[in-house]
Ligand binder design. Structure first.
Ligand SMILES: [Zn+2]
Length: 244
């Protein structure tokens, strides 16, 4: 393999290591963000629960007020009963009184249920608060760990980046530009081996997209030190057997 193609092969190998190192660093930083997100989700849940709790309290207060009004009404009805002048008037007042009492007992039941809901919501809020506290402690831990590993991972990225720059300086700017473009398209995989198809000698395919490569292209690769790209996926082709 000529110097251009072997240079590209070398650059590809460094590119792979550089991407791996950068991915590791990104994963390390993401661990902090993930933990922060976990806490934010819990905080949102807490806010929603608090709002729900507030609404239940308002509803309960309203019913209490309603109940107090009805109690006053009952007191008035009782007084009126004592001063009823006729049996008819007494009977009618008694009916109203009983209906009001029955309504009151329904409202009382509703209030009791709402109070139970308030208690449950308060307990739930406390549980979420505790969870948030625990997650915050964990965040400190995750952050400390991430910070210390990030230093080493960043150093690794920097050192591989140096290797990359060196490897890149070994090839022409035009070739480098092609490499960059293809690498961008294929997640870093710019240079691929031409592979002999299994069980069929002299039939070749692209190691990236597995489509056939013409014998003409393979001949060019064997004889010239030029960039030949897969006609299908445009990746840069090199010959496996000619490596080193
Ligand atoms: Zn291809």
């Amino acid at each position: 393999m000529g110097s251009l193609l072997s240079g590209l092969a070398q650059l590809q190998s460094v590119e792979n290591r550089l991407r791996a190192a950068k991915a590791k660093l990104a994963r390390c930083r993401r661990s902090v963000v993930l933990q922060e997100n976990r806490i934010r989700t819990e905080q949102n849940t807490l806010e929603a629960k608090k709002e729900e709790l507030q609404l239940t309290r308002i509803q309960s207060d309203r019913l209490e007020l309603d109940l107090r009004g009805r109690d006053q009404q009952i007191a008035k009805l009782r007084a009126a009963l004592n001063t009823a002048k006729t049996n008819k008037e007494y009977a009618s007042l008694l009916t109203i009184l009983n209906t009001t009492k029955a309504d009151n007992s329904k409202v009382e039941t509703q209030i009791l249920e709402l109070m139970k809901a308030v208690e449950a919501d308060e307990a739930e809020c406390q549980k979420i608060r505790d969870e948030i506290e625990a997650q915050k402690e964990k965040l400190d831990q995750v952050r400390k760990e991430a910070e210390s590993s990030a230093v080493a991972l960043q150093q690794k990225v920097d050192s591989v980046q140096k290797e990359w720059d060196e490897a890149a300086s070994m090839i022409t700017p035009e070739a480098l530009e092609v490499f960059r473009r293809v690498a961008e398209t294929y997640d870093g995989e710019a240079v691929v081996d031409v592979e002999e198809q299994e069980g069929r000698s002299s039939v070749y395919s692209c190691g990236g997209c597995f489509m056939s490569i013409t014998n003409e292209s393979v001949n060019l690769l064997m004889t010239r030190d030029e960039i030949i790209r897969c006609a299908n996926c445009t990746r840069i082709l090199i010959l496996k057997q000619n490596k080193n």
